[in-house]
Design a protein around this ligand. Structure first.
Ligand code: ASP
Length: 500
């Protein structure tokens, strides 16, 4: 099979320039003509659908192939162990890097009162007057302003924030019923009373509703129970990669013990080659698909100006996450790669992975990117298919360095905005839960955002705080998915060297 794969000359390497041109036009279209950008988004959806369509067949045939190709099951044990250890090391480093950056930069700590308000999604209410009677806030003056996401009214007294009110539907009223204050007896909590920043009354973001119960135990249970599907076809239909990996590994291992298993093993080899050839065909469409996805999402954000507003409203937080992702992707992973692969040039490796990395950025899904990652790893970077076939699909669901880093930064950022001091013990809990969140997050868009509930709950940070980071999450999701995918391929290359 190796021979057949390596002699196939339709390498995704040659697609790099067309993809970069696609991205360039995508950015221009989405940025300057947002409405048009949104119109062509469907071209990107076709690309994602085509990739997702092949994820399941590819995972099954790759896993069966990998295990039957290993010859001896003991190889799986050593390869599996090395893979898991490297996954843990790279994820752990990512979380620690995120923690160090967010503690040094302190994106959630405001220098001025205005900045404090803006951080909380509010606007300065300099001239608004109001009176508070019982649970009623009476706004005497119409000059108050809404928060950036149009949902909250921030109320100040003597320059202190005394509350934030869900504003939905109440724009024109002078009197707003305050339904939820933080204290159980209904008293208004002021910063002075608490001795730290006031708790902000945010409603749970819609994206997270129904997921509030996420906790360490439920996530652990889910990860363990998710290893075996109740219904194989349902797992396939839902694109649940992890149970498919487990079933395929067991199936492949059993095939090797059956005398007449050879025919089926050969069949899977051929199927795998055929699926990869279908991936080749889909990749021909990738420049258009990737460009359209970027144009569509940028268009949805309102073009360059809309994106700039979203970005600037949280620039310190966004900047911290991006700096962390940059350092991890461009310095830490390349260094690890260089040392463990005994001097292979990391940036050439990275360049050859670019079609996969741009697919990850445009789809925001590690799972959807599996076909392209495998192509780039095996064909461009010549990683042994037996190793790539195992390490990459597994990594797409359990190894997410970018997500782990982001979980840590976002959790501490929210704590900082709420004025909470985190102890060393709490930071350790964040380290552990951010790692678990990254393992438990599915390789689909914004899965990490939902897993944030787990991290916040573990250290008692109000989960409503997730609303603060919602506006820009779509963008950070793309950046972290790119690092997630790169991390998987780097581990595949390192495992290959270690196996030699
Ligand atoms: N979208 C990410 C991925 O697929 C997961 C996340 O939301 O962090 O890798």
């Amino acid at each position: 099979m190796n021979e057949e794969i390596s002699t196939n000359n339709k390498s995704p390497k040659s697609l790099l320039i067309p993809i970069l041109i696609g991205i360039f036009f995508g950015i221009l279209l989405g940025g300057f003509l947002p409405i048009f950008g949104k119109e062509i988004y469907f071209l990107g959806e076709i690309f994602i659908n085509a990739l997702l369509m092949l994820v399941m067949p590819l995972v099954i045939t790759s896993m069966v192939n990998s295990i039957t190709g290993l010859g001896d099951l003991r190889f799986l044990k050593t390869m599996g162990l090395k893979t898991l250890i490297l996954y843990m090391i790279t994820t752990g480093i990512a979380v620690i890097l995120g923690l160090i950056l967010v503690i040094i930069i302190q994106p959630g700590v405001a220098d001025t009162e205005t900045e404090r308000l803006l951080l909380r999604g509010g606007q300065f209410l300099e001239s608004a007057e109001y009176s508070i009677t019982n649970n009623q806030v009476n706004v005497e003056n119409d000059t108050f302003r809404k928060s950036f996401d149009d949902r909250y009214l921030v109320v100040l007294r003597d320059q202190n924030i005394i509350g934030r009110i869900d504003f939905a539907g109440a724009h024109n009223q002078r009197s707003i019923l305050v339904e939820k204050w933080q204290d159980s007896d209904g008293k208004i909590v002021t910063p002075a009373q608490k001795g730290r920043g006031i708790k902000i009354d945010l409603t749970i973001a819609q994206k997270l509703s129904g997921k509030e119960e996420t906790s360490i135990i439920t996530t652990l249970k889910k990860v363990i129970m998710g290893l075996l599907p109740r219904n194989l076809f349902q797992a396939m239909a839902n694109n649940d990669v992890l149970p498919l990996i487990v079933v395929s590994l067991i199936f492949g291992a059993i095939l090797t013990t059956i005398d007449r298993g050879k025919i089926v093993i050969d069949l899977f080899e051929v199927l795998n080659i055929a699926v990869l050839k279908m991936v080749d065909l889909i990749l021909l469409f990738s420049p258009v698909g990737i460009g359209a996805l970027i144009a569509g999402r940028l268009g949805e954000a309102g073009g360059f100006s809309g994106f700039a507003t979203e970005f600037l409203s949280l620039w310190k937080y966004t900047g911290t996450v991006m700096l962390g992702l940059f350092l991890h992707g461009f310095i830490i992973l390349p260094l690890l790669f260089y040392f463990i692969t005994k001097g292979k040039p990391p940036f050439i490796f990275l360049r050859r992975m670019l079609p996969a990395l741009t697919t990850a950025f445009s789809t925001a899904s590690s799972s959807a990117t599996i076909p392209v990652s495998l192509e780039c790893a095996i064909k461009n970077n010549k990683i042994n298919p037996k190793i790539a076939d195992f390490v990459i699909p597994l990594g797409a669901t359990v190894n997410m360095d970018g997500t782990a880093l982001y979980e840590a930064v976002a959790a501490v950022f929210i704590a900082q905005v709420y004025g909470m001091e985190l102890s060393i013990g709490q930071l350790v809990v964040i380290f552990l839960t951010a790692t678990l969140a990254a393992i438990g997050a599915a390789g689909i868009p914004e899965a990490g955002l939902v897993m944030m509930i787990l991290v916040l709950k573990a250290v008692d940070i109000p989960i409503e705080g997730i609303s603060l980071i919602l506006a820009i999450d779509w963008f950070l999701d793309r950046c972290r998915t790119t690092v997630n995918v790169f991390g998987d391929s780097v581990v595949a290359a390192m495992v290959e060297t270690l196996e030699e």
